[in-house]
Design a protein. Structure first.
Lengths: 298, 387
C-alpha cells in the first residue's frame, strides 16, 4: 500500500466520525425543522411513504417548507429568547474576563514549580459531576441556604438570589471559569519576561507595561477564552433551568419547552438550526484569527 | 543633548589620546562603589568598584556566571544591590525603578515587542517620554537611517532576519537618547561574519553619537575590537581594568592572561630582578628565562612566565645557545588558513603552542609532525606573572 493512500485512510477516520455523529444528525434536525407538527408518533409530518416508491419521495420533498422559520420571526417569544440568550452569554463572558484574567495572570507569575498545582486547582472541579455542582449552588443560594444563614449571623439579608437572573450569572461564571482561565494562562505563561523588562527600561511603570505589552500580547488568549465560553453559554440549558426563574429566557430552555412540553419538534429544530447558524459567525472569526496567529509564527 | 557632547576622536593612534580615566579633574559618569549582589547563598557581584566616563565605550568581559550581566542589570535597575551604591552623573540610583533611570538597554534576546511594527518598537520609549507625535515620527526616521533599516518600518519583528532584529533592538534603545546605552551580549546571536561587521558598525555608531556605551560580552575579540577599556571579571570581581592592548600585553594574573587570547605559562623561580630585567630558572628551559619587567618581583619567589603563541619563533635549525631557548619536536599542528598553530613537545615533557603567520601560500608543508624544532622568544615578548 502506498503512503499516499495510507494518509487517505487516516483522513477518512475523522470524516467518518463527523459524518455519523455530526452531519447525519444535523440533516435529521434540518429536515425536522422543515416539517410540520402532527398529532402522531413521532409528532411531525411528512414522512416518506416508501410503498409509493419515487412518487412517495417526491411528495415528501414537496411537503417540506420554511413555514416554521416564518413562525420563529413572527412570534416575539423566539426573538426575545434569542436576544436574552445572547445578552446572558455576552454579560457572563465579560464577567468571566474580569474574573478570569487576574486569576490567569496571577498563576502565570508564580514560580514554574508551583504552577502545576495551581493548574490542577483550576481543573479540580471537573472531578465532580457538573449537575451536582449546580445543585450545590441551589443549596448555597436558596432562601434558607448557606449564604443567607451566614448573612443572618451578621444581621444582614436575607437575599433572594435563587431563581433570578443573578443566580444564572453566578452559575454561568462559576461553571465556565476554567474555560476562560486556561487559554488566558496559556498565552500569559509563554510571555518573555525580558519584554517586560524592556518596557520598564523604555520608561513604563509596571501598569503601563501591562497595558502596552502584556495585554495586547494576550489578546489571542482573550479571544479564545471568550469564544470558548460564549458559544456554549448561548445554548446553555441546565444552569438557567435549575438556577433561573420563570422569567429567565434562554434558548436552551426554549428548545426544551418546544420539544418536551409543546411537542413541537419542528419549532425546536428550527430554533436549534438558527442558533447554530448564528454561532458559525464567531467560530469563523475565531478560526481566521487563529490562522493569522499561526502565520505570524506565534 | 547628543550634539552638545564633546565629539570623540577617531580610531587608531589618535583614539589612544581619549583617556578620561587618567584625568583626575574629570568626574566619571557612572560610579559603582563597593557594590555587592547575592542570589541566595551565591555571590554574583562581590564588592565591585568601577568608574565609567562620559563617551567611553566600556566592556565587561568574563566567562558565563562571572557576574558581568548582573552588574549591568544593577545599573539598569532590574536588580537591587545588597551593599554599596551606584551613581549616575553624581546622582544615587538607589530606589529608582528601571523606568526612571536615564539608561537604556539592548537585551541579549532583543526582547522586541512582537505585536508592534519596527516603527512602533522604535517609537515605544519616545511615546513613553511624552514626545509630540510629529517629533516621534522624525526621530523614528532618523533612527531607521542610523541603523540602515529604511523601508522596513512597517514590518513586524517576525518578518525580519536576525541581523535586522538586532538593529531594531539597537535603534529602540538609542531612540530615547539615554545618558548611557547598555548592551547585553549584543552580537551573540549573529553568525561570525555578521558579528565582525557589526562590531565595527557599533564603534562607528558610538563615535557618531558620542554616547557612553557599556557592553557585556564573553567574547574577548568583541571586547578588544570595540572597547576603550575592558574590565575582566571573575567570580563576581573585577580582576583587571585596562585598554585592550594593556590587558592583552600586560595581564596582571595568569587568569587574565589565559582568558584573553592564548598563552603559554611556564612556572619557575626568580633568581634576579633589577627593576628592568627578571631572570628565572625553570624545568622547561635549561638556560633559564629572561624577561623585561619593571614591576618589583621578589627574588626566590615562584613566578610564571606568560608568552603568547604568536610571540614565539619556531626554528628548524638550532639557534645559538642562550636564555629563552627551548628544544622539542612537533607533536601536532592546526592549519587555520591565516595562521598555523604548532604544538611542540619539549624535552621536559610539557607542550608549548607557537603560532606562525602563513605569509606565503603553502605549497609544501615545511614542518611536519615529529620534526625537531627550536623555540625562542625575546625578553620583551614575555610577561612575568606572580599570581
Amino acid at each position: 500500500m502506498s503512503g499516499r493512500s495510507r494518509t487517505g485512510l487516516a483522513a477518512l477516520a475523522p470524516l467518518l466520525w463527523l459524518g455519523v455523529f455530526f452531519l447525519f444528525p444535523f440533516f435529521l434536525v434540518a429536515k425536522l425543522s422543515l416539517s410540520d407538527t402532527a398529532l402522531a408518533m413521532p409528532p411531525y409530518a411528512p414522512r416518506v411513504d416508501w410503498s409509493a416508491g419515487i412518487e412517495g419521495v417526491r411528495a415528501f420533498f414537496a411537503a417540506l417548507d420554511f413555514e416554521t422559520y416564518a413562525r420563529l420571526t413572527s412570534d416575539s417569544l423566539y426573538v426575545a429568547s434569542y436576544l436574552s440568550s445572547l445578552k446572558f452569554a455576552a454579560v457572563a463572558t465579560g464577567l468571566l474576563l474580569i474574573i478570569g484574567y487576574p486569576i490567569a495572570y496571577g498563576m502565570s507569575r508564580f514560580p514554574p514549580s508551583q504552577r502545576l498545582a495551581l493548574l490542577m486547582a483550576v481543573i479540580l472541579p471537573f472531578w465532580t459531576s457538573f449537575l451536582i455542582r449546580v445543585y450545590a449552588w441551589i443549596a448555597l443560594l436558596k432562601p434558607q441556604g448557606l449564604l443567607n444563614a451566614a448573612l443572618a449571623q451578621v444581621g444582614l439579608g436575607p437575599l433572594n438570589i435563587l431563581n433570578t437572573d443573578t443566580a444564572v450569572y453566578i452559575g454561568l461564571v462559576y461553571a465556565y471559569l476554567p474555560f476562560m482561565v486556561l487559554p488566558l494562562y496559556a498565552v500569559l505563561e509563554k510571555q518573555d519576561q525580558s519584554q517586560l523588562e524592556a518596557a520598564a527600561d523604555l520608561g513604563c511603570t509596571p501598569s503601563q507595561a501591562f497595558w502596552r505589552v502584556t495585554f495586547p500580547l494576550s489578546l489571542p488568549g482573550v479571544g479564545a477564552g471568550a469564544l470558548l465560553c460564549f458559544i456554549p453559554m448561548v445554548g446553555e440549558f441546565v444552569i438557567p433551568d435549575l438556577l433561573g426563574g420563570s422569567g429567565t429566557l434562554m434558548l436552551g430552555k426554549t428548545i426544551w419547552t418546544e420539544f418536551f412540553a409543546n411537542r413541537d419538534w419542528p419549532a425546536a429544530s428550527a430554533v436549534a438550526i438558527v442558533l447554530l447558524a448564528t454561532l458559525v459567525i464567531p467560530i469563523v472569526l475565531y478560526q481566521r484569527q487563529q490562522q493569522k496567529m499561526i502565520e505570524a509564527g506565534q | 543633548m547628543t550634539t552638545s557632547r564633546r565629539p570623540r576622536l577617531n580610531i587608531g593612534a589618535v583614539r589612544s589620546s581619549f583617556a578620561p580615566w587618567t584625568d583626575p579633574t574629570l568626574q566619571p559618569l557612572v560610579r559603582f562603589e563597593g557594590v555587592t549582589k547575592r542570589f541566595g547563598t551565591e555571590i554574583a557581584v562581590n564588592d565591585v568598584s568601577l568608574s565609567i566616563y562620559e563617551s567611553e565605550f566600556f566592556a565587561l568581559l568574563g566567562p558565563s556566571g562571572c557576574g558581568k550581566t548582573t552588574l549591568m542589570r544593577l545599573l539598569a535597575g532590574f536588580e537591587t544591590p545588597d551593599a554599596g551604591r551606584i551613581t549616575l552623573a553624581d546622582q544615587d540610583l538607589a530606589g529608582r525603578p528601571p523606568h526612571q533611570r536615564p539608561v537604556n538597554m539592548m537585551f541579549q534576546s532583543y526582547a522586541l515587542f512582537p505585536h508592534l511594527s519596527v516603527e512602533q518598537n522604535i517609537a515605544f520609549g519616545l511615546k513613553q517620554q511624552g514626545m509630540p507625535r510629529e517629533q516621534i515620527a522624525d526621530r523614528v526616521v532618523e533612527m531607521l537611517e542610523l541603523v540602515r533599516l529604511n523601508g522596513l518600518a512597517g514590518r513586524k519583528p517576525h518578518q525580519l532576519s536576525g541581523g535586522q532584529r538586532q538593529r531594531v533592538a539597537l535603534a529602540r534603545a538609542i531612540a530615547p537618547n539615554p545618558r548611557m546605552l547598555l548592551l547585553d551580549e549584543p552580537l551573540a546571536a549573529l553568525d561570525k561574519k555578521l558579528r565582525e561587521e557589526t562590531q565595527f558598525e557599533l564603534i562607528a555608531l558610538q563615535q557618531r553619537l558620542g554616547m557612553t556605551f557599556l557592553i557585556v560580552t564573553h567574547d574577548q575579540e568583541e571586547a578588544m575590537v570595540t572597547a576603550d577599556r575592558i574590565a575582566v571579571m571573575r567570580e563576581g570581581q573585577i580582576v583587571q581594568i585596562g585598554r585592550p592592548a594593556e590587558v592583552y600585553e600586560t595581564p596582571n594574573s595568569r587568569y587574565v592572561a589565559d582568558f584573553i587570547g592564548d598563552v603559554n605559562l611556564f612556572e619557575g623561580s626568580v633568581t634576579a630582578a633589577d627593576g628592568k630585567l627578571v631572570k628565572m630558572t625553570t624545568a622547561d628551559c635549561p638556560a633559564g628565562f629572561e624577561a623585561l619587567e619593571d614591576d618589583a618581583v621578589a627574588v626566590g619567589a615562584t613566578a610564571w612566565l606568560g608568552v603568547r603563541p604568536e610571540k614565539i619563533q619556531l626554528h628548524l635549525d638550532p639557534p645559538r645557545d642562550g636564555p629563552n631557548r627551548m628544544a622539542g619536536k612537533v607533536a601536532d599542528y592546526g592549519y587555520l588558513g591565516d595562521w598555523t598553530t604548532y604544538v611542540v613537545e619539549l624535552e621536559s615533557g610539557r607542550t608549548v603552542r607557537a603560532a606562525r603567520a602563513n605569509a606565503s601560500r603553502l605549497v609544501a608543508r615545511p614542518i611536519a609532525c615529529d620534526d625537531p624544532v627550536w623555540l625562542t622568544f625575546t625578553p620583551d615578548a614575555a610577561v612575568v606573572l606572580t599570581r
